[in-house]
Design a protein around this ligand. Structure first.
Ligand code: 1CP
Length: 343
C-alpha cells in the first residue's frame, strides 16, 4: 500500500516527497472532457460510478500519490436550500443570495448521510476500486469561502456583498458562519466515517480578508471545524489561497497540514509557520507552461525548500488550469518522484 502521503501528513519519515494536485481531475484531461460531453457537471458529481471513474483518471494517468474525491465545494449548498446551476460562461450561479437574517434562517442544516448519499456511495466505491493503491482525500469548502458564494450568488471580484454583510450586519453574518460550520464539520466527519483517509478544507477566498478580519470573521470557525473533525482520526489539510498576508493567523488553525499558494516563497512560508509545520504546495499552476527542464528546476527548488519543514507534500499553489498540457503534468509528477527521493 502506498501510504507515503498519509505518513507525510503526520510528519513521519518518508522515502520520497509525495505529490498530488488540486483539481487533478478536470478539463485539462481529454478523458474528463469525453465524460463531460456525455453528462453535465452536476449529474457527474451525483453519479457514484461516473464520479469514481473521473476520480481515478489522474491516478492512472499521472501516477500521483493520492486520489481526491470528485465533487464540488458547492454541492452541500443545494441541500441547505439553495438553487445551484453551473453555467458554461459564468461558472456557478446560486439564485436568491443570502443577504440578511431571514435569508440565513431559511437555510437548513443538512444531515449529510441522508441528504447527500451519492457522496458517501462514491467514497465507498472508490475505496474498493483503489484497493489501497493510494489514499483517498475527501474535502469541503471552508465556511468563509462557502459564505461568499451564498452571499454573492456566485463568483466575485470585490466581495462587496460579503464584506458589507460582515460589517453592516455582523450578527447575521456570524449566524451564517455558525450554520455553515456545523454543516462542514458533520460533512467532513461523515466522509471520514465512509472511508476518506484525509480531508482538505478549501478556503479559496480567505486571502481577500485583512489579517484582522480573517482573525475575527473566519479563523474561529476554521479552528472549531478542525478540532471537531480531528476527532475522527484522519489528517486535516487547510488550504487558503493567497495566504501570505494571513499566515500568522493560519498558524493557529490546528490543521495537520497547511496548504500554501505560489505567491509566497515556500521557504518564507515555512519560516512564518514554524519548522514544526507540515506544508503542502506550492508550484505556480502556470509554471506547467514552461519547458520540461525549467519545470524540473522549479520542482528541485521547491523540494529543497520543503526540506526545512517537518513534512512536505508537493502540490501546485492552486488548481490545475484547463489549458495545461497533460504531458507537462506527467513530467511534473515524474520530476517530484525522481528528485524527491530521500538519501
Ligand atoms: O465544466 C466543468 O467540467 C466543471 C469544472 C469544475 C470541476 C472539474 C468545477 C466547477 N468544479 C470541479 C471539480 C472540483 N471542484 C474538485 C474536484 C476534485 C479535484 O480537485 O480534482 C474540487 C476539489 C473542487 C473545489 C472547488 N470548487 C473550489 C475550491 C478549490 C479551488 O479551485 O479554489 C471552488 C472555489 C469551487 C467552485 C467552482 N466549481 C466550479 C467552478 C467553475 C467554480 C468557481 C470558481 C470561481 O468562483 O472562480
Amino acid at each position: 500500500m502506498n501510504d507515503t502521503f498519509l505518513k507525510a501528513c503526520r510528519g513521519e519519515a518518508v522515502d520520497y516527497t509525495p505529490v498530488w494536485l488540486m483539481r487533478q481531475a478536470g478539463r485539462y484531461l481529454p478523458e474528463y472532457q469525453a465524460m463531460r460531453s456525455q453528462v453535465d457537471f452536476l449529474t457527474l458529481c451525483k453519479n457514484p460510478k461516473l464520479a469514481a471513474e473521473v476520480t481515478l483518471q489522474p491516478v492512472d494517468i499521472l501516477g500521483v500519490d493520492a486520489a481526491i474525491l470528485f465533487s464540488d465545494i458547492l454541492i452541500p449548498l443545494e441541500v441547505m436550500g439553495m438553487r445551484l446551476e453551473f453555467s458554461e460562461k459564468e461558472g456557478p450561479v446560486l439564485s436568491d443570495p443570502v443577504r440578511n437574517k431571514a435569508g440565513v434562517e431559511r437555510l437548513e442544516i443538512p444531515d449529510p448521510e441522508e441528504d447527500l448519499p451519492f457522496i458517501f456511495d462514491t467514497i465507498k466505491l472508490l475505496r474498493k476500486e483503489l484497493a489501497n493503491r493510494v489514499p483517498l482525500i475527501g474535502f469541503s469548502g471552508a465556511p468563509f469561502t462557502l459564505a461568499t458564494y451564498l452571499i454573492e450568488g456566485g463568483s466575485s471580484k470585490s466581495f462587496v456583498h460579503t464584506k458589507r454583510m460582515m460589517f453592516q450586519n455582523s450578527p447575521a453574518f456570524h449566524y451564517l458562519m455558525e450554520k455553515l460550520s456545523t454543516t462542514v464539520s458533520s460533512y467532513l466527519s461523515a466522509q471520514i466515517k465512509a472511508g476518506a483517509q484525509a480531508v482538505q478544507l478549501f478556503d479559496t477566498w480567505a486571502g481577500v480578508l485583512t489579517p484582522f478580519d480573517y482573525a475575527k470573521y473566519a479563523l474561529p470557525y476554521v479552528k472549531r471545524i478542525i478540532a471537531e473533525v480531528k476527532k475522527e482520526g484522519a489528517p486535516v489539510i487547510y488550504f487558503a489561497n493567497d495566504c501570505a498576508g494571513i499566515l500568522k493567523e493560519i498558524k493557529k488553525t490546528g490543521a495537520d497540514v497547511t496548504g500554501i499558494d505560489w505567491r509566497i516563497d515556500l521557504g518564507d512560508g515555512i519560516k512564518k509557520l514554524g519548522k514544526k509545520a507540515v506544508v503542502q504546495g506550492n508550484l505556480d499552476p502556470c509554471a506547467l507552461f514552461l519547458p520540461h527542464e525549467q519545470i524540473e528546476d522549479r520542482v528541485k527548488d521547491i523540494l529543497w525548500k520543503g526540506e526545512s519543514a517537518r513534512g512536505h507534500i508537493f502540490n501546485l499553489g492552486h488548481g490545475v488550469l484547463p489549458q495545461t498540457p497533460v504531458e507537462n503534468v506527467i513530467a511534473l509528477v515524474e520530476a517530484v518522484h525522481t528528485y524527491g527521493r530521500k538519501p
